[in-house]
Design a protein around this ligand. Structure first.
Ligand SMILES: CC(=O)N[C@H]1[C@@H](OP(=O)(O)O)O[C@H](CO)[C@@H](O)[C@@H]1O
Ligand SMILES: [Mg+2]
Length: 540
């Protein structure tokens, strides 16, 4: 390989040395840490993105964000050609590169071996798309990724400020030759907003638009949602709070804060509006909330989006006389409230699959259906539509032999599909989809909440000596180690009406999570606490 490239790499490594003793692993969210100790890993990521692009002969995305974490953190993750997360088999290469110290000869040797194994050359073409959220540390980190990728002969498109889902979308469009949409930011907004407008305008008697107050977590979503507001005058009205002009990113606000503490964010007036929502720092999570007539804070999380979306889709498929030809499935994790699962299975008659925690598991399972709807309870999720179902809906919409009502329902579905960002959970797309459905179904936020009643639940974080002592099976719903832990949980659960509880080691924090639900809040709390005690005893 070229000596000049190696020399450039050595110079970049001298500029951004790896701190001694640091260990960083590529997890569900890529590499994440305090921003000041991240520059060196950006060199490795830039190289890896270039190699991945050479292998796939497609554009690879590099998103710089730490999502709902504080401003002083940052992170980076790669996006594969169809806009999906980096294939798990490449996490090993990311970790190998991360573990190598600043010895350019050793690193170069590893890269030569890796490139031989991958059957690519230094001079092969590569294309990288970079974007970042509003963190102050991001532009520098992006420039390091770019320089490293360029040493490996990559062309770099730097989109600068985007939400995470916008970059996933851009990568998909770029590699699809525009089939999915145009890869620019204008292309993204035009596709989503035109679809929203079409859906509302083709539907008779929609509910008039009511202002939605948005907590934008002082992040990137605030900038982006102003475009949505401008593009949909009279059809959607967003009042944006926590827009970054005063507060700090994700501090006492944002979707993670609202979901975790089950309370309203700071920075917005709680009495002025009938409905509210919070997004997170990189705008891939969404939760809704409002104050009910008794001045109680009421939250609608990921499970509620699954229910709303599946109810709408099933209704429209039924009206289009397509329901019996389409296999719909909802994918949840064990954290989904049991009432939502019951409602989907027993009232909506749609099957529910349960998978382990983490978006990649949900996304993967959703591909098994014609229409796969997935949400984590925290508000991250989307819908996948197979090409087959898209074609069926299109054909029905254009079939002159069908009734007007059937064709209208098919056209409503066509528009709805274009609002959804199928590459990844997207707060902006999910917000538009939610507002469109509430309007088309003439449903208020209370009406949406009243579809079913959540079982009271409690989640606890339990610090233990070694969380890997806990091992699970059956989509994390049952423990296989330590022995007898599951027997003890079963015995406790049997004492509580509608009781359910499970424990699993967190994949992102050094703790064990305990989840419990039961008929009353007091019982859910008691059950969670009793399970916590057993976990503590058995992991001493
Ligand atoms: C209970 C819970 O909310 N778990 C979160 C959390 O995973 P843990 O493995 O539970 O730490 O972070 C993941 C990544 O953001 C997210 O996908 C998941 O939903
Ligand atoms: Mg996020």
């Amino acid at each position: 390989m070229s000596e000049a490239a190696k020399e450039k790499l050595a110079a970049l490594m001298r500029e951004h040395p790896k701190p001694t003793g640091i260990i960083l692993g590529y997890g569900t969210a890529g590499f994440r840490s305090r921003s000041d100790i991240l520059p060196w890993i950006m060199i490795r990521i830039g190289i890896l993105a270039a190699l991945r692009s050479k292998v796939k002969q497609a554009c690879i995305g590099t998103m710089i964000t730490a999502s709902h974490n504080p401003e002083h953190d940052n992170g980076v993750k790669l996006i594969d050609p169809h806009g999906e997360m980096l294939d798990q088999s490449w996490e090993v290469f990311a970790n190998n590169l991360s573990s190598l110290d600043d010895d350019v000869n050793k690193l170069w040797k590893y890269l030569e071996t890796l490139m031989a194994q991958l059957n690519v050359q230094l001079h092969d073409n590569a294309m990288i798309a970079i974007a970042y959220d509003t963190r102050q540390s991001s532009p520098l980190l992006a420039s390091i990724v770019q320089r490293a990728a360029e040493i490996f002969y990559a062309n770099v498109m730097n989109f600068e400020l985007l939400t995470t889902p916008q970059l996933h979308y851009a990568v998909r469009c770029y590699n699809d030759d525009g089939l999915y949409g145009h890869y620019t930011e204008a292309g993204y907004f035009t596709k989503l907003c035109t679809a929203f407008q079409n859906l509302i305008e083709m539907t008779p008697n929609t509910k008039p638009c009511e202002t939605l107050a948005v907590d934008a977590a002082n992040g990137i979503g605030a900038h982006k949602l102003t475009y949505v507001n401008q593009q949909l005058p009279g059809l959607l009205h967003l009042e944006i709070f926590n827009d970054g002009t005063r507060g700090h990113l994700n501090e006492k606000c944002g979707a993670d804060y609202v979901k975790l503490y089950q309370k309203a964010p700071e920075g917005l007036p709680l009495t002025n509006y009938s409905k509210y929502c919070s997004i997170d720092g990189d705008a891939d999570r969404l939760v809704y909330f409002f104050m009910d007539q008794n001045h109680q804070f009421r939250m609608l999380d990921g499970d509620r989006f699954s229910v709303l979306f599946v109810a709408f889709i099933a209704k429209k498929l039924q009206e289009a006389k397509l329901l019996d030809q389409v296999q719909i499935g909802v994918i949840q994790t064990a954290y989904a409230n049991g009432s939502s699962t019951d409602y989907i299975i027993n009232i909506l008659k749609v099957p529910v699959a349960c998978v382990p925690t983490g978006v990649k598991h949900l996304h993967h399972k959703a591909l098994d259906y014609d229409i796969g709807i997935y949400f984590e309870a925290n508000g991250h999720g989307t819908i996948l539509f197979s090409d087959n179902v898209k074609n069926k809906i299109k054909a029905a919409a254009e079939d002159a032999n069908r009734t007007e009502a059937e064709r209208l329902a098919a056209n409503q579905l066509r528009a709805f599909i274009d609002i959804i960002n199928e590459t990844v959970g997207d707060a902006i797309a999910d917000l538009l989809a939610t507002e469109a459905i509430l309007s088309v179904l003439n449903l208020s936020i209370e009406g949406w909440l009243n579809l079913y009643t959540d079982l009271p639940q409690r989640q606890l974080k339990v610090p233990v000596k070694d969380r890997t002592m806990i091992q699970t099976t059956d989509a994390e719903r049952r423990c296989v180690a330590p022995v007898h832990l599951q027997d003890c949980i079963d015995e406790l659960v049997s004492k509580y009406p509608s009781g359910r509880s499970f424990v699993r080691p967190s994949g992102t924090e050094d703790i064990v999570r305990v989840y419990a639900e039961a008929a009353t809040q007091e019982q859910a709390d008691q059950l969670a606490d009793a399970v916590r005690k057993i976990v503590e005893d058995m992991t001493k």
